[in-house]
Design a protein around this ligand. Structure first.
Ligand code: ZN
Length: 173
């Protein structure tokens, strides 16, 4: 399968690709590099802080992120694995480029380590206790077909019920 990066666009809930477990990337090829570059472009255009491959229709364990904090550069994470979460669960409001206008509190551990492969095919490890830690967890959820709405509590579910119904209706067209 060859992907044309120019054809990629951000999919919206309830597209079935968003609910599937993505497959590992076997090798970092030039195709993977050009897809990642296009995903960073789409992320910036949409003013997002992260974008996962299933959100552009690819069943790949890959995401791009830049939480926008000072000195942080764009980064690509291939076959990421999270470990060593620390601290009790903390709530913060999250949105998602695949769920326009949907916002709600999601509970996550504040500190976590990520191990992933970069675009040179090298494994790297990072640990964060900043916003980036939350972005990693949000994006890794996408690779397992899990969205923020699946992590919402009762309040956030109720608050977003109407907009979710609208998205579901629009998705059937
Ligand atoms: Zn998302």
């Amino acid at each position: 399968m060859t992907v044309d990066p120019a054809s990629l666009a951000i999919l919206r809930y309830p597209h079935p690709m968003l609910l599937k477990t993505a497959r590992p990337v076997e090798e970092v090829t030039s195709e993977v590099r050009s897809v990642a570059a296009r995903m960073l472009e789409l992320m910036r255009e949409a003013r997002g802080v992260g974008l996962a491959a299933p959100q552009v229709g690819l069943s790949w364990r890959l995401f791009v992120a830049n939480s926008g904090q000072e000195g942080e550069s764009d980064r690509v994470y291939v076959n990421p694995v999270l470990r060593e979460p620390e601290g009790g669960l903390e709530a913060a409001e999250e949105g998602c480029l695949s769920l326009p206008e949907v916002l709600g509190d999601v509970w996550r551990p504040p500190i976590i380590t990520i191990e992933a492969t970069d675009l040179d095919g090298r494994r790297f490890t990072l640990r964060s206790g900043e916003l980036l830690a939350r972005v990693w967890q949000h994006e890794c959820d996408h690779l397992d077909g899990r969205l923020i709405i699946h992590r919402f509590g009762q309040m956030a579910k109720l608050a977003n019920r109407r907009i979710l119904k609208e998205l579901e209706r629009a998705g059937k067209k």
